[in-house]
Design a protein around this ligand. Structure first.
Ligand code: ATP
Length: 378
């Protein structure tokens, strides 16, 4: 297994992890959990973010911020989710925990389909999947001490009152704080400590899956490493599955077994993290990777692929391939690229073992960037 350790991210657990599915071939058509039994399964999920209020002009047209996404996360593994701002990562994550309602598709916990709009489904989700927010301060009640916040979650789990103090102590120590922190309010803590408390609160319900939505991007770099290491340790010790959303590709690479790349509401590439980082098959992934300062995926004389234009709006996605308006493969006027205008590509297995949704998958590589049209040298 390749060494995934990096400066600032000592990784005691990852070297000995035997369940790494990097070499396994995911099921065709989704970003599946490789050879491990999936805990959380997202099937063909669509999420309409248009307001459903009627106006004089009737109901607005649907706006699918998530449009046909299938993913799976197994216990003890991390699925990284990357893509530029506005591609739908948070909408997907919020739908999985029941904050947003799906328009269609399914969410399963193991074999059981859960519907967050029913009391039973909401309960199942709350007790199995927990959200770790980018800003833990926003998720902690400023008027409650840490003990009170943990107590609430422990009560929800049905822990008897007499046992809660001991459990709260265990939880706070598990995240690297200590008992004297329990009777303080959130404002008394630093950002990193608050994130530890947010994680302790998530753990209090004994979830199986954590949705980590940019959990370290608001923290100082030195603190980021500590929180990443804590998440890694918890995953390995408790067998948790993580859906890990981040912009920092180095962090995603360090923590993830597999990675899924999202563009305008759809997964455009997914696979074992080493395969995707070493040889991205979708031109969007190539562009993302080329803009990231990760030494091992950069050529010696780094080439940077610069995408032109902004991410289109999900209100009005391009026909055919959604990436075609920014695709660096070649002019869309080329007759051979008509297919990109006419037909939406589906995720299909590539020779290198990952899935990519591109009619020309693999035609643009990191090493070919030097000959690509829109690139810069650093
Ligand atoms: N409640 C809403 N009403 C209207 N549009 C929305 C709503 N929620 C999300 N969107 C739109 O859906 C798209 C996806 O947003 P989302 O926040 O999920 O993206 P993201 O990838 O998580 O971005 P970031 O990395 O900046 O958090 C965006 O175009 C956004 O404007």
């Amino acid at each position: 297994m390749p060494d995934r350790t990096m400066e600032g991210f000592p990784s005691p657990g990852s070297a000995s992890r035997s369940g790494d599915p990097s070499g396994s071939v995911p099921r065709s058509g989704d970003a599946g959990s490789g050879s491990l039994a999936p805990l959380l399964v997202i099937e063909d999920l669509r999420v309409n973010v248009a307001s459903d209020r009627r106006s004089l002009f009737g109901r607005p047209d649907p706006v699918y911020a998530v449009d046909g996404v299938s993913l799976a996360v197994a216990g003890g593994e991390t699925l990284g989710l990357v893509g530029e701002s506005g591609c739908g990562k948070s909408t997907l994550a919020r739908t999985v925990v029941g904050i947003n309602q799906p328009s269609s598709g399914a969410i399963r916990i193991g074999p059981e389909r859960v519907d967050a709009s029913t009391p039973n489904g909401a309960n199942t989700l709350r007790s199995t999947v927990q959200y770790v927010f980018q800003d833990p301060y926003a998720s902690l009640n400023p008027r409650r001490t840490v003990r009170q916040s943990l107590d609430e979650a422990l009560e929800m789990r049905g822990v008897p009152r007499a046992e809660r103090a001991a459990e709260a102590g265990e939880l706070i120590r598990r995240v690297g704080l200590n008992d004297r922190h329990l009777d303080r309010y959130p404002h008394a803590f630093s950002g990193g400590q608050r994130q530890r408390i947010g994680i302790a609160r998530a753990l209090a319900v004994q979830p199986q899956v954590l949705i980590c939505d940019e959990p370290v991007s608001a923290l100082d770099v030195s603190i980021q490493a500590q929180i990443i290491n804590l998440l890694e340790t918890l995953r390995d010790e408790l067998g948790l599955g993580y859906l890990f959303i981040a912009h920092d590709l180095s962090v995603v690479r360090h923590l993830s077994d597999r990675v899924a790349v999202m563009y305008l509401g759809k997964i455009v590439e997914s696979g074992p993290v080493e395969a995707v980082y070493a040889a991205p098959q979708h031109p969007y992934t190539v562009a993302l990777m080329s803009s990231s300062p990760i030494p091992s995926i950069a050529t010696r004389e780094r080439e940077r692929l610069v995408l032109t234009g902004d991410l289109p709006s999900p209100k009005n996605p391009p026909s055919g391939c959604r990436f075609r308006t920014r695709c660096p493969i070649g002019p869309i006027t080329n007759p051979e690229r008509q297919i990109c205008v006419e037909k939406a590509p589906v995720l299909a297995e590539t020779p290198s073992g990952q899935l990519a949704a591109c009619h020309f998958a693999g035609e643009m590589s990191m090493s070919a960037l030097a000959t690509a049209g829109s690139h810069e040298k650093e």
